[in-house]
Design a protein around this ligand. Structure first.
Ligand code: NAI
Length: 456
């Protein structure tokens, strides 16, 4: 009998397995596809590979702004997609090697919980039964495909794509219609816009980028529009037909937009339907497996981490949730704190945020003070972004003077935001941050600049 069976080899599963094994537990991990999960195989990593190629191409095309003339630059989409495959292969191999190095048994099969056995649980895979004292469920999420007429049928024909297929298209579609202006829609829209598609985003809400700070998402929208991306906001898709997407606009008028391909990116849902949770009575809701802030389900010794708990579908959250769950198994005190959980949209430009937005602070009745500055207050940003701009906005609790929210749009934001999360996590006050030394010249200095706009 193993100490721990992990079901799912994505960020929550493989890191949980690694942490548990390095603490001395015997661990068996099941993965039905490829190690690394959606993040590594068809999400975070391959999309960053594509976006980096777009960035290099754009720099080549606009090099003259920086005194660098490059003639005849082209973006070879097939080569970009091939490189993405190479990157994924390397990293998947890396995860496998880590599992081996930590002595984790990896079973590349679909696992199903079959019930309780004395001292633990039984799991079946490919006709074989495995037993463990504890379970960590990390089965992730799948794309939402609502019953919009024609959507699923056209997915089968290859006209409609999800996050998986959009990363491996053979050719750049002349007209790409994206349903959903959230994270995936904006990231993939950025790549295909640079690669040469005419991109149209059809979004149900009156804004893009979901819960992002209102001012920042408006700036982001303008940047995309400047690059020629077309947005239909307040638009409800009513049908997908070969060659077009039909929607009702905010006034209820029926409109259509032509498409060569359609990306459906309207969210993801936890994936736990067929793994036998009912055999041991694990509580679930429509959102996912119910867990507390230590990753515990209602069943003793059964834990869940990552997208499957429906808390927050981010790979870095999954990492931390699995660490908290493993620490709890080991009897160590640890807890998930979601208030300092950064989020990034690898859009063009990047958006990164942590903590309360103004909208959320108002809703929570928090008395806050806000200051903001253009990213151009950071010398490094000006040196590297000819004609570019961005914004950094910080929220402080008016009474206690600690940082409660940081929101940024502009290059490097994704690399800076962890530091902002640390300010929130450690409850630093304005005067504490004023005493920190920021390396110069870096774009991160924008945080220091904004902090100095506040009184202690
Ligand atoms: P999302 O939740 O970010 O955005 C979905 C968008 O679709 C929303 O704006 C929503 O209003 C809109 N929508 C929903 N139904 C619609 C309809 N019928 N017609 C038009 N618009 C509709 O979901 P997305 O982009 O699919 O991403 C899925 C998950 O993957 C997210 O939870 C995200 O956290 C995660 N992810 C994170 C990334 C990152 O951290 N950089 C990158 C990619 C994905």
């Amino acid at each position: 009998m193993y100490d721990l069976i992990v079901i799912g080899g994505g960020p929550a599963g493989y890191l949980g397995a690694e942490r548990a094994a390095s603490a001395g537990m015997s661990v068996c991990l099941f993965e039905k596809n490829s190690l690394g999960g959606v993040c590594l195989n068809e999400g975070c990593i391959p999309s960053k590979a594509l976006l980096n190629s777009a960035k290099i191409y754009e720099q080549a095309v606009h090099g003259d702004k920086y005194g660098v003339k490059i003639e005849g630059a082209t973006l070879d989409h097939k080569a970009v997609v091939a490189r993405r495959g190479k990157v994924v292969k390397t990293l998947v191999g890396g995860v496998g090697a880590k599992m081996k190095a930590h002595g984790v048994t990896v079973v590349k099969e679909k696992a199903k919980i079959t019930g309780r056995v004395e001292g633990g649980f039984a799991v079946e895979a490919a006709g074989q039964v495995y037993e463990a004292k504890k379970l960590l469920i990390a089965t992730g999420s799948v794309p939402v495909m609502p019953p919009i007429p024609g959507l699923r049928e056209n997915y089968k024909t290859g006209f409609v794509l999800t996050n998986r297929e959009v990363l491996e298209l053979d050719a750049v579609p002349a007209k790409l219609v994206i349903i959903g202006g959230g994270v995936i829609g904006l990231e993939m829209g950025a790549y295909y816009n640079v690669a040469g598609s005419h991109v149209t985003v059809v979004e149900m809400l009156d804004h893009i980028a979901g819960p992002t700070d209102g001012e920042i998402r408006t700036l982001l929208l303008k940047e995309y529009q400047k690059k020629g991306v077309d947005f239909r906001l307040g638009a409800k898709v009513t049908a997908v037909e070969p060659g077009k997407v039909v929607y009702e606009d905010a006034q209820g008028k029926v409109c259509e937009v032509e498409a060569d391909k359609v990306l459906c990116s309207i969210g993801r849902r936890a994936d736990f339907g067929d793994i036998g949770l009912d055999t041991i009575g694990v509580e679930t809701t429509r959102m996912g497996i119910v867990t507390d802030n230590k990753g515990r389900t209602n069943v003793e010794n059964v834990y869940a981490a990552g997208d499957v708990n429906g808390h927050n579908m981010l790979a870095h959250t999954a990492y931390r949730e699995s660490e908290v769950a493993v620490n709890t198994m080991l009897g160590k005190s640890d807890v998930m704190r979601y208030n300092a959980n950064p989020s990034v949209i690898y859009a063009k430009p990047e958006v990164a945020a942590v903590g309360f937005t103004e909208e959320a602070a108002k809703e929570a009745g928090i008395d806050y003070e806000v200051k903001k500055l253009s990213m151009r207050y950071a010398g490094r940003f000006v040196a590297e972004n000819e004609g570019g701009d961005g914004l950094c906005k910080i929220l402080v609790d008016k009474k206690h003077r600690n940082i409660i929210g940081v929101h940024m749009i502009g290059g490097y934001a994704s690399e800076i935001i962890w530091g902002a999360a640390a300010l929130i996590e450690t409850e630093l006050r304005v005067r504490d941050v004023k005493e920190l030394i920021f390396p110069h010249p870096t774009v991160s200095e924008i945080i220091r600049e904004v902090i100095w706009e506040f009184k202690d």
